[in-house]
Design a protein around this ligand. Structure first.
Ligand code: FES
Length: 149
């Protein structure tokens, strides 16, 4: 089965590297643009996600060498559609209420700067107010008495 084959490859690589595995495919950052059940669904009243335009820019300018592009299904916090996530070695940044070419262009320009090696991975100022905390503390979750027996 495919799952078993993957585990075997992982175990083989782990043994070859002393118990750790590593990817050769490293970028400075990864951006995930949600295009799921709400984000981008103009028929449901949400702003468009310019998926084809973004993908064309990434391909033409080889931006994946700096920033891995992912167009994703629902990332979860639909109440803040449109959503994007930026992941770097230092941090993960969730952005919500992204709307319009200006917001998406700011992220394209951010990726271009990283691709050119122009320093910081800090998110564009334009989007600073759109950051949000995605996760609750595990301590905030009450045990479900119906499950705990
Ligand atoms: S569809 Fe984007 S967060 Fe759910």
């Amino acid at each position: 089965m495919a799952h078993e084959a993957t585990a075997t490859i992982g175990e083989t690589l782990g043994a070859a590297t002393g118990g750790e595995i590593a990817t050769r495919i490293k970028s400075v950052a990864q951006v995930m643009f949600c295009n799921g059940c709400c984000c981008g669904r103009t028929d449901r009243g949400y702003p468009a996600v310019p998926v084809e335009r973004i993908k064309a820019i990434w391909k033409a300018e080889k931006l994946n060498r700096g920033v891995q592009l992912t167009i994703s299904g629902c990332l979860g916090p639909c109440d803040l559609a449109n959503v994007a996530v930026i992941v770097t070695a230092e941090t993960t940044t969730w952005l919500g209420l992204i709307e319009g070419d200006g917001d998406y262009d700011a992220l394209v320009d951010w990726a271009r700067r990283i691709r050119r090696g122009e320093g910081s991975t800090a998110i564009p100022d334009r989007l600073a107010s759109r950051r949000f905390d995605r996760f609750a503390s595990a301590k905030a979750i009450e045990p479900d008495e119906a499950v705990v027996k």
